[in-house]
Design a binder for this molecule. Structure first.
Ligand code: PLP
Length: 431
């Protein structure tokens, strides 16, 4: 019995499913999750001493690799002066200013939270509060965290587990969320034509990545903003996953910033916290200043904006200059190419969906454009791919409904490991 097996057996007795977050338990690929001892740069080491090249990056945050000296030093310095004050601090302000500066006119105010879930929950409350309307529109297969309003046709773990909407979400709350198939502007327009006066906001992922990566149709987010605005509603662009990852200015940088339009509210998480519990809702002053204490829309957090998390986020953003993004894009291009060629070589039907440095590989023989087509991927073949690649030293998300995350720490030696592991995965998928 491996040490991971031993620890997981114990964990099942102390924690539901042995984990703090469902997908970590390998529910869709089977087997026992490996317990991590430590991680440095592009490598994760498990408690049995096996080393892996990491293409999960803690589900996104570790964009500059694990335990980067600049991040470790910033956090060490911060915690030496206490982990939390419950009062304003300078590093929190500096991180807010860095976000405002980076988002080049699209963001004037930033309110920090401890998770992406809270950030999106706050954005929804703000949208409902300022418009005085109840309805949120979301897309099937998009994941916006686990707040009640968003566990409706959700992606990520909910999709991996094949769960229907969660028990415990009151019908009264779920019925104020309308979920539409992704990419269907015609259905969005139709919904607004009939219920537009009740809609507070459309909430969409900057680039959907929680049903695997879906390439947004051209101009999709801009058209959503136009439709929402024509009816007095807001567009919330959830960039918890894409923010400061797919470009220096996130998914907005690939679309709105280039084309001259801006969502009303953004949510950020993952990269902005450098691997610590930190996320944010951000946008124009006119909207954000309606949060308490200036406004009457309530939101708060004991640990929000704590110095350790803000220091990790600030140090991580500091590492991500234009050279770092160019490097990340090039690494992602190479990794995606490796996977594409390996699957071609063994004749496994697949679709590579890629937006800048974010990609997914679906074992599917049709274009994957929404949750319905993502759900038709060959999940059994993915499980075989996953386990063979894991055994060959590649740490992948244990689900075909997730993105592959690269870090700037991946080097040529890692690419060699990836090539061999992906080839092993492809051969297993072909069986
Ligand atoms: N929004 C998006 C787009 C996400 O990908 C996630 C998490 O994966 C969340 C919100 C929720 O963030 P958290 O897990 O920090 O609550």
């Amino acid at each position: 019995m491996s040490r991971s097996d031993e620890l997981f057996a114990r964990a099942l007795e102390a924690m539901p499913g042995g984990v703090s977050s469902p997908v970590r338990a390998y529910p869709s690929v089977g087997g026992t999750p490996r317990f991590v001892r430590e991680a440095h740069g592009s490598h994760i080491t498990d408690v049995d001493g096996r080393r892996y090249v990491d293409l999960v990056c803690s589900w996104g945050p570790m964009i500059a690799g694990h335990a980067h000296p600049a991040v470790v030093e910033a956090v060490q310095q911060a915690v030496a002066g206490s982990t939390s004050f419950g009062a304003p601090c300078e590093v929190e302000l500096r991180l807010a200013e860095a976000v405002v500066a980076r988002m080049a006119g699209a963001v004037e105010r930033v309110r920090f939270t401890c998770s992406g879930t809270e950030a999106v929950m706050t954005a929804a409350r703000l949208a409902r509060g300022v418009t005085g309307r109840p309805l949120i529109v979301k897309f099937i297969g998009c994941y916006h965290g686990h707040a009640d309003s968003f566990l409706v046709a959700a992606g990520s773990g909910v999709a991996s587990l094949g769960l229907p909407d969660s028990p415990g979400v009151p019908q009264a709350i779920a019925s104020d969320t309308v979920a539409l198939p992704y990419g269907r502007l015609d259905l969005v327009a139709e919904l607004f034509a009939t219920r537009g006066e009740q809609i507070a906001a459309i909430v969409t992922e900057g680039v959907p990545a929680n049903m695997g990566v879906i390439v947004p149709p051209p101009d999709f987010n801009r058209r959503l903003a136009e439709i929402a605005h024509a009816h007095g509603a807001l567009l919330v662009q959830d960039e918890v996953l894409t923010g400061f990852r797919v470009s220096a200015t996130g998914a907005w940088g690939l679309t709105g910033q280039r084309d001259g339009w801006t969502p009303d509210l953004f949510t950020f998480g993952k990269v902005i916290g450098g691997g610590m519990p930190l996320a944010a809702v951000a946008g124009r002053a006119e909207l954000l200043d309606q949060l308490a204490p200036l406004g009457s829309i309530y939101q708060a957090g004991t640990l929000s904006g704590n110095p350790a998390a803000c220091a990790a986020g600030l140090a991580t953003l500091g590492l991500m200059d234009s050279d770092a993004y160019a490097r990340l894009d090039s690494i992602a291009e190479q990794v995606a190419g490796i996977v594409d060629r390996a699957l071609d070589a063994v004749g496994v039907a697949h679709r590579l969906n890629k937006v800048s440095n974010l990609f997914s590989v679906f074992l599917a023989d049709e274009p994957v454009v929404d949750f319905a087509s993502a759900s038709r991927q060959d999940r059994a073949a993915f499980s075989r791919f996953f386990h063979a690649a894991l055994d060959a030293g590649l740490w992948l998300a244990p689900s075909g409904f997730e993105a592959w995350f690269c870090s700037t720490a991946i080097d040529d030696d890692d690419l060699e490991v990836i090539e061999k592991a992906v080839a092993a995965g492809a051969r297993a998928a072909a069986q």
